[in-house]
Design a protein around this ligand. Structure first.
Ligand code: PHB
Ligand code: FE
Length: 332
């Protein structure tokens, strides 16, 4: 194992040599990660796990790009991360009844910078040229096979996080053909007209408006919420979806979903055990709130538009886990 450490870059432990398929191996605490043509292998002192390389890289990409997100990012039913906002748990079997009962689950806590640096290095080494972990299966090359180049542009792409709102001068720009965002193949029927804004003189740079449907029709990624407007802790995070959400998200707060187009099927499970809680079908116009004690994974048969509404109040996880706030958002 070689380690690299600079002042700004935390330690990453990787193998000195590449394996026969051309990939490096990585270690983080007592976890060991390796990949070959088809699979990623995760070992820890009391167990081992294997995942398809494409599923692993798609989950890893999101965990890195979202800074470990809200609460739990399950890569599948066995491994994943818990965000403590400053530190992150890496776990195996912790939220899986079978592994827990056998007492073979494992969890280690790391400073966010340490796990992020390791995950980024793994993503960089294991993503081959032509594979885009954010793209739909129909719009990317293969993740499989021996090591074949890299795809740095795809795995480090800019994440949209508006300070106020997309289209406000100086904030995130709207998308166009010219800026490299053509209309997605499933969204050619989405009107592209932009609203006219007639601001009072002197307020031209403060009054803005944009066509959210047109904006989303030009997204080149899937299952990647963008912050398009912010009002205090209220974050509007719409996204376009196709195929399967590559993570199973375990909530530490309530989040609202508004289905803007087409359809998504959701599997909802108990956050801690994985026991089935609900099967939800959301069609265009449907609104739902995901409770704070579940985990969920979505299936989108066609490219669809989903509006995710997040509450970024950092006090929420403690208020909910201590019972001061309920797991659900409203009493009707
Ligand atoms: C979620 O976990 O709530 C989530 C994540 C990514 C999406 C949509 C929803 O694209
Ligand atoms: Fe979620």
């Amino acid at each position: 194992m070689a380690t690299t450490e600079t002042e700004s870059q935390p330690t990453v432990q990787r193998t000195d040599d590449r394996n026969p398929e051309g990939y490096l191996g990585f270690r983080l605490g007592e976890f060991e990660f390796s990949r070959d043509d088809y699979f990623v292998y995760v070992n820890w002192p009391t167990g081992r796990h294997v995942m398809s390389a494409d599923a692993f890289l798609k989950a890893l990409q999101r965990d890195v790009a979202w800074e470990f997100f809200y609460g739990i990012v399950n890569f599948d039913g066995v491994i994943g991360t818990v965000n403590h906002y400053g530190t992150v748990d890496l776990f195996a079997g912790r939220y899986n009844d079978g592994w827990r009962k056998a007492e073979l689950d494992h969890l280690e806590n790391f400073p966010t910078g340490t796990i992020k640096a390791t995950f980024q290095a793994m993503l960089e080494d294991w993503t081959n040229a032509g594979f885009d972990p954010f793209a739909s299966p129909d719009e990317t090359g293969t993740a499989f096979g021996p090591k074949n180049g890299s795809n740095t542009a795809a795995i480090t792409r800019h994440r949209v996080t508006a300070q106020r709102m997309v289209s406000v001068p100086g904030d995130e720009p709207i998308r166009s053909d010219e800026s490299g965002f053509p209309i997605n193949r499933h969204f050619h029927d989405v009107p592209q007209d932009e609203p006219e804004v007639h601001a009072e003189p002197g307020f031209e740079d403060q009054v803005s408006s944009f066509n959210l449907f047109a904006y989303l029709s030009r997204s080149n990624v899937t299952w990647n919420p963008s912050v398009v407007s912010v009002c205090k802790d209220s974050l509007a995070c719409p996204t376009t979806e196709e195929y399967i959400l590559p993570i199973i998200h375990g909530n530490d707060r309530v989040e609202w979903f508004m289905q803007l187009s087409d359809k998504i099927l959701w599997d909802v499970e108990d956050r801690d055990t994985g026991t089935v809680r609900a099967k939800v079908v959301m069609k265009a116009g449907d609104v739902c709130a995901m409770p704070a004690d579940i985990r969920h994974q979505g299936y989108s048969p066609k490219r669809s538009m989903l509006f995710v509404w997040e509450n970024a109040d950092s006090e929420l996880p403690a208020l909910i886990s201590s019972g001061q706030l309920p797991n659900y958002p409203v009493d009707l």
